[in-house]
Design a binder for this molecule. Structure first.
Ligand code: APR
Length: 310
């Protein structure tokens, strides 16, 4: 099994580390900056005898290195600085993703693609356009990260193990994301029975701002440990054919009453990529919040298309 990670920065290099050290696949890192991917791959490879895995980790600048990949993860692009929204990255990252996806469509047309670069739902759309891959083979990583943030804050509130918290965050990867407290449980107990509504609303708000909170501390970049862990979980689900139910940004064609837009919904991930889109029976309010979030993604896609054609 081979995974190519494009972008050997904070998120990309940490993804490579998690994928190789979990013994999931061989990893190839690609970055436009000369020597960066080669150097990081060498460093990661030299940890293998210490960590105890036998995965091959290579790197370089040439997209041709991605040939033969089962999964390609795209993390290339610029990250947020304090005060920036994810949408502020659109112009720069939109161009980068168009170029990368165009090159990869030649060398790894059969791979399953996981997008990470922000603004996530829009870069997933851009890559989909450039790759021409069927919707089962292209998805964005966001919902599993947003869900992990939600679970972490719930666990901190209840002083319980984060591993015992299950939840689901839908919608676009931005301020309009839709955490679903109705579907959150702790050891099987509904979270709404354990945390009062006012406190839960604060936790939801903190989840929505989870990325910005980290940017405000780091100042020069954005989160990468949890994003890389979320990617590694998705890669593992695909390569080990785990059939995991996780939220991911996928192209909807009528599901949830939404058409032709990428937005986060629960999916089943296995060897075929997105093997199923799971339609939850949402309340009117939840569905309306999902539609508002999808409309935001749709308007950013429209803005991108106008800029691209101008
Ligand atoms: N081809 C390959 N690599 C590229 C290209 C390109 N055309 N353009 C930029 N890169 C590389 C940069 O050289 C850099 O090494 O992408 C890497 C990005 O790394 P960081 O700046 O450390 O950013 P990171 O924190 O990894 O975030 C990357 O993921 O979570 C999102 O919002 C985040 O959009 C951002 C992306």
């Amino acid at each position: 099994m081979k995974v190519t990670v494009v972008g050997a920065g904070n998120v990309g290099a940490t993804c490579a580390q998690r994928i190789a050290e979990a013994d999931t696949a061989d990893v190839c890192l690609i970055d436009i900056v000369e020597g960066l991917a080669v150097g990081k791959a060498l460093d990661l490879a030299q940890a293998a005898p210490l960590v105890g895995h036998s995965r091959l980790i290579t790197g370089g600048e040439d997209y041709a290195l991605a040939a033969g990949s089962d999964v390609v993860v795209i993390t290339a692009g610029v990250a947020r600085k304090p005060g920036m929204s994810r949408d502020d990255l659109l112009v720069t990252n939109g161009k980068i993703i168009t170029e990368i996806a165009g090159a990869l469509s030649e060398v790894a047309p059969e791979a399953i693609y996981i997008m990470v670069t922000n603004p996530l739902d829009v870069t997933t759309y851009i890559a989909h356009q450039a790759l021409g891959a069927p919707r089962e083979r292209i998805m964005g990583m966001a919902g599993s990260l947003d869900t992990a943030r939600f679970c972490t804050f719930i666990a901190q509130e209840l002083h319980c193990s984060p591993g015992d918290v299950q939840a689901m965050v839908l919608g676009g990867h931005g301020d309009s994301m839709v955490p679903l407290p109705r579907y959150a449980t702790v050891g099987g107990v509904a979270v709404t029975e354990l945390i009062d509504p006012e406190r839960l609303a604060q936790i939801i708000e903190r989840t929505r701002n989870g990325g910005a909170e980290i940017v405000s501390y780091l100042k020069t970049g954005s989160a990468f440990y949890a994003p890389a862990a979320a990617v590694a979980q998705m890669v593992g689900a695909i390569l080990r054919d785990e059939k995991r139910i996780l939220p991911a940004s996928v192209l909807l064609r009528g599901e949830y009453g939404l058409d032709d837009v990428f937005v986060g919904v629960p999916v089943k991930l296995g060897a075929g990529g997105v093997e199923e889109i799971i339609e939850l029976d949402l309340t009117k309010e939840e569905l309306s919040a999902l539609h508002t979030s999808a409309e935001h993604v749709r308007s950013t896609i429209a803005r991108w298309n106008e800029m691209k054609n101008a």
